[in-house]
Design a protein around this ligand. Structure first.
Ligand SMILES: Nc1ncnc2c1ncn2[C@@H]1O[C@H](COP(=O)(O)OP(=O)(O)OP(=O)(O)O)[C@@H](O)[C@H]1O
Ligand SMILES: [Mg+2]
Length: 305
């Protein structure tokens, strides 16, 4: 691992990118410190890949600046400071996996031993296999091996577990954790809150080309665990309902009551017991986007900067 004395592993400032009428990235600012493990979480088309590609210098932004370790992305890549697994991109067809790893290692200023990388990425038994005869999951593991070869300080992974089965996913994340445990930086994109929750220290939610929330995983998890309980309750008393166990917020609109709660089971039991006249009771998971948006409100919990 190269020692790079710079405060930010990743710095994106005012990044915008349009494709014709489509605004893929609508003004993203993002700083990631060394040693952070960050999930870029967002739905299809949110702008994750575009952001990642700009971060890596593979696409030029319309406006804004991207730096890795205080330098231009391409310079950081050439220095072997950055390894990436991209969502698109083919492995050179016809080559054998071992040959491919050897060739790419030769381009790296400070490569790791191929055997070690193959072991870490779970491709040790694939070295003699041709790259065009790999399954989707195997090819993805080879891409991971290629990303690790240069012994990078920063790993950028765009939906790295797409196509991996459960066991491969688990092994993959164990390797990433091992990588991060040495104080290195990881940024990965995903659609899955569970994956972000399990792996990342920090979650950045991106939606329609913007960062709509950015906070510690613990805070995001708490928000995402929230439920809403709705019911019809004539003459509802907002203050009394706020005393229901687990309730964090109560809205009353005429006979319609909405209780946000961190413990819907307890809330529901107390509601049914204490208010037998309540009807049309519904419990729903708070929408993830709502949870994230709640984080960005001015009255959001203080620990979420
Ligand atoms: N080369 C391109 N030409 C035109 N439009 C593009 C191009 N690449 C991306 N887009 C559009 O930009 C938007 C953001 O796409 P992007 O691939 O960054 O999203 P994403 O968050 O990575 O989505 P996914 O989760 O599906 O991978 C989408 O509306 C997409 O259709
Ligand atoms: Mg993508």
């Amino acid at each position: 691992m190269t020692e790079l004395k710079h405060s930010d592993a990743v710095s994106l400032r005012g990044i915008r990118k349009r494709y014709g009428a489509v605004t893929a990235v609508a003004g993203v600012d993002l700083r990631i410190g060394p040693g952070e493990v960050v999930a870029l979480l967002g739905p299809n088309g949110a702008g994750k890949s575009t952001t990642v590609d700009i971060m890596l210098g593979l696409r030029a932004p319309d406006t804004g600046q991207a730096e890795l370790f205080g330098t231009r992305p391409r310079a950081a890549l050439d220095a072997g400071s950055v390894g990436a697994v991209l969502q698109t991109g083919e492995l050179i067809p016809g080559a054998r996996v071992g040959e491919l790893l050897t060739a790419i290692a030769a381009l790296q200023p400070h490569p790791l031993p191929i055997g070690q990388v193959a072991e870490t990425a779970g491709v040790a038994d694939l070295l003699k296999r041709r790259t065009d005869r790999l399954s989707g999951g195997q090819a993805q593991r080879v891409r991971f091996a290629l990303a690790l070869l240069g012994d990078p300080s920063l790993l950028v992974l765009d939906e790295p577990t797409a196509g991996l089965d459960v066991a491969s996913r688990r092994d993959f994340w164990a390797s990433v954790r091992g990588f991060a445990a040495a104080g290195r930086t990881v940024l990965f994109s995903t659609h899955y809150l569970e994956e972000a929750d399990e792996i990342a220290d920090r979650i950045v939610l991106i939606d329609r080309g913007r960062v709509v929330a950015d906070g510690p995983t613990t805070a995001i998890r708490a928000m995402a665990a929230a439920r809403t309980v709705r019911c019809t309750l004539p003459g509802a008393d907002r203050a009394a309902l706020a005393e229901l166990p687990g309730a964090t917020n109560v809205e009353v609109h005429g006979d319609a009551v909405l209780v946000r709660t961190t413990d819907s089971d307890a809330t529901l039991r107390a509601l049914v017991t204490g208010y037998p006249q309540a009807r049309d009771i519904e419990v729903a998971a708070a929408a993830l986007t709502d949870a994230f948006l709640a984080l960005t409100r001015p009255d959001a919990p203080a620990e979420v900067a």
